[in-house]
Design a protein around this ligand. Structure first.
Ligand SMILES: [Zn+2]
Length: 310
């Protein structure tokens, strides 16, 4: 719909991808004259669903699409959306674009083999966006801040913070309760601590609306800022206990059992999430090499938390 009132706050709407698309969230920000999208889904079918949903949600023109982090389930279908809205620009923070560049060739081969015909073969890469905030033309009182780079389920995320609306779009720094938390890339205690600090940062802003990276489209699931932050924290605490700070490396079976039983409500692509976690961190498990392009083990806590000026 979109408000005609220039002084009205921005409105945010969310779309969840299918279970096969891992339920990733796409957010539409609607202003008085224009709209902006955050995080296109992975699959062509979900991208088409987003196009239909945008047209049902607003008649205002889509001006830009931003990407929170380099993972495929947050931008691979951008081409489908840009075909429908050719005037829109595709952007990501420069450090997000750098992450895409590091893994692009291997990830595109991997996912085309996993999902033949279901994804855009050579997804368009976002242009590096050089600013630390943007304003949607028509809504000068509602700047949108790009907070980053911060740690989420991978290095170098952007959080999109709408201070006036007290809404934060978190990408995969936060997962909703319906979904397991992707911990595959949390290879060191530094990364774990940095992710926990990102959750502290989000909470310290006192947002009234927290939009996570994944939420099931299934019946009964709604956004819940407090519960989703608590779910992500609980997951990281269990990960810390069983993996990061464990005295002995657990077995693949132990990890599968522990994480399945601890989060029984998290049903979206549960096998995908748990088998990667158990294999990557369990004794004798098979590591997912296509996902290891970021040399995350070399990141220091000082570097990851460089935004905290001491
Ligand atoms: Zn994701």
């Amino acid at each position: 719909m979109g408000s005609k009132d220039q002084n009205a706050p921005l409105q945010t709407f969310i779309h969840s991808a299918s279970d096969e698309g891992l339920s990733s969230i796409t957010t539409l920000i609607v202003g008085s004259k224009n709209a902006v999208l955050i995080d296109p889904p992975h699959l062509i079918a979900d991208g088409k669903s987003v196009v239909k949903w945008i047209k049902e949600t607003t008649t205002l023109p889509l001006k830009a699409i931003f990407v929170t982090h380099h993972h495929p389930d947050h931008f691979y279908s951008a081409d489908i959306i840009l075909d429908a809205f050719p005037a829109a620009k595709l952007y990501a923070a420069p450090y997000v674009r750098a992450g895409i560049d590091r893994e692009y060739d291997d990830k595109v081969v991997y996912w085309n083999e996993m999902l033949p015909g279901k994804m855009v073969e050579r997804p368009r890469k976002p242009e590096p966006y050089p600013f630390s905030f943007f304003v949607i033309d028509g809504n000068p009182e509602s700047p949108i801040m790009l907070l980053g780079p911060v740690q989420g389920d991978t290095v170098d995320h952007t959080l999109f913070w709408l201070p006036r609306e007290k809404t934060i779009i978190c990408g995969d720094a936060v997962y909703a309760r319906s979904t397991h938390v992707w911990c595959d890339e949390v290879e060191t205690a530094h990364l774990l601590v940095a992710w926990q600090k990102t959750l502290d940062l989000i909470e310290s802003l006192s947002p009234t609306k927290v939009i996570p990276g994944h939420l099931s489209r299934g019946a009964g699931w709604e956004l819940d800022a407090k519960a989703d932050l608590a779910h992500t924290r609980k997951y990281l605490d269990l990960f810390a206990e069983k993996i990061t700070y464990a005295a002995k490396k657990p077995t693949v079976d132990d990890l599968t059992k522990t994480f399945s039983e601890s989060f029984p409500q998290a049903k979206v692509a549960a096998d995908f999430f748990i088998s990667h976690l158990a294999n990557d961190f369990g004794e004798g498990g098979k590591v997912w090499e296509e996902n290891k392009h970021h040399n995350v083990g070399a990141r220091t806590e000082e570097g990851l938390l460089g935004y905290i000026v001491k």
